[in-house]
Design a binder for this molecule. Structure first.
Ligand SMILES: Cc1cc2nc3c(=O)[nH]c(=O)nc-3n(C[C@H](O)[C@H](O)[C@H](O)COP(=O)(O)O)c2cc1C
Ligand code: SF4
Length: 421
């Protein structure tokens, strides 16, 4: 991938300051957008085909179009919670290029008619929050946010809100409750936030990367942007590559390139002498894929067809030095800890799964326990209020299906250890 859009200037010293950002054509896209009617800005977003970069991959332009028309209090919320294990791309965007995010927020707010915007940043991102605070102060001084932006009719305040470190507050409705000062519990949907979101008002919620892409779309034009990538996955995407690779980090790729090019080409593949056992293509919520899947194009639909998902774009590579039981345990413990406890299949299912994995690891389990554990996962999927339950059940189910032999061997070897013999 040669073309860089989000990371074009990412290593420019001082890019987080307004003067350097402006020198790099910063806020020109906003100037252009404010000359246009909101529906024309929306048309560009729709033409771009941009799909949400936070996990679900929903078309951004369509989401904006769901906001009711007319004069009423509407909100825009930027999801900067970035809690999906393995995901660290939004952090780099906020840290190094905060004004691009602010510019994207104001353009999207103009398209949707929102006059108040919030950035909900995860509590652990203290450094990024301080950088955003400074950038917001500069943008306010320069008239890019606040009352009568650039002397025109449109006004939009942008407020930074720090979370307190809960994964569930990244789920959009949990986030809204948390922003309102309540415990961050997911809400029943419908109604969807576009109709009834923050303070019961129409609300557009988008991820940091999604909103950071908006200035580029305005600059290039939606149709031109849509030429990048593949038909149903347009544009470029940031991928966070971690785990057993030689060059972990964030990379910008054009959607649709073979996954192998990312894992081996960009990230250097596994350490010398090691083989890949499995990889999560889209964060720890994504069903695992194996080395046979390395040529699957990295885009929303191809990864879906391969039985997994693009999710947040976090590729976690696991090599053959790690027992699969250990991987499953890490995943299950994370979701057990983060379950809000509201619905039974998620609350009990995550706990049961950890307990069964502990039995497997301690040599007390039998192969029949694997069938029970697989069936627990099936009973969680689709039966919860939000998808946190599925986020554990899908990867665990995939590990049991693809590595059953290794689970069985683990049970047998533990059973034969002196303490159990
Ligand atoms: C349990 C859970 C955690 C989530 N965490 C995040 C997150 O940290 N950041 C994020 O952008 N989206 C997260 N999402 C997805 C959001 O609910 C929502 O789909 C997203 O913010 C929409 O933005 P987008 O359309 O730009 O992707 C999470 C979803 C679930 C179910
Ligand atoms: S699925 Fe889990 S996290 Fe989501 S609402 Fe139910 S109990 Fe809470």
């Amino acid at each position: 991938m040669s073309e860089k859009l989000l990371f074009k200037d990412i290593d420019e010293p001082g890019l987080n300051t307004l003067s350097v950002y402006e020198r790099r054509s910063g806020f020109q896209a906003l100037r252009k957008a404010l000359q246009m009617a909101p529906e024309d800005v929306l048309a560009e977003l729709e033409a771009s085909g941009l799909r949400g970069r936070g996990g679900a991959g929903f078309a951004m332009g369509k989401k904006v179009s769901f906001l009711p028309k007319g004069s009423m209090d509407k909100y825009l919320v930027c999801n900067a919670d970035e809690s999906e294990p393995g995901t660290f791309k939004d952090r780099e965007l906020m840290q190094k290029n905060p004004h691009m995010l602010i510019e994207g927020i104001v353009i999207a707010a103009h398209a949707g008619g929102a006059n108040t915007a919030f950035i909900y940043v995860r509590g652990e991102y203290e450094q990024q929050a301080r950088i955003l605070d400074a950038a917001l102060a500069e943008a306010l001084d320069a008239g890019y946010i606040g009352e009568r932006i650039l002397g025109g009719e449109f006004s939009c305040s942008v407020v930074l809100h720090r979370g307190a470190g809960a994964y569930i507050c990244g789920e959009e409705t949990g986030l809204l409750d948390s922003l309102e000062g309540k415990r961050g519990n997911p809400r029943l949907k419908p109604p969807f936030p576009a109709n009834r979101g923050l303070y019961q008002g129409p609300t557009l919620i988008n991820n940091v990367e999604t909103l950071s892409t908006v200035p580029t779309i305005m600059r290039m034009g939606g149709a031109e942007y849509a030429k990048l990538g593949v038909q149903t996955s347009t544009g470029t995407k940031l991928v966070s590559v971690s785990g057993h690779v030689q060059r972990p980090g964030n990379y910008e790729i054009e959607l649709g390139i073979p996954s192998r090019e990312i894992i081996y080409g960009l990230a250097g593949g596994p350490p010398e002498g090691r083989e890949i056992k499995c990889w999560f293509p889209g964060g720890s919520s994504a069903p695992v894929l194996t080395p046979e899947d390395l040529d699957v194009p990295y885009d929303f639909d191809s990864l879906g067809k391969a039985g997994s998902m693009l999710g947040s774009g976090a590729i976690i590579v696991v090599d053959d030095s790690t027992p699969i039981v250990e991987v499953a345990m890490k995943v299950a413990k994370f979701y057990r800890h983060e379950s809000c406890g509201k619905c039974t299949p998620c609350r009990e299912g995550t706990n049961w799964t950890v307990k069964m994995l502990e039995r497997i690891d301690s040599g007390e389990a039998t192969p029949m326990d694997l069938d029970i554990m697989a069936s627990v996962q099936e009973h969680i999927i689709g039966n919860c209020l939000c998808v946190l339950g599925d986020a554990m059940a899908m990867p665990i189910g995939s590990m049991i299906a693809k590595f059953r032999g290794e689970f069985e061997a683990h049970i047998e070897s533990r059973r034969l250890e002196p303490a159990h013999a």
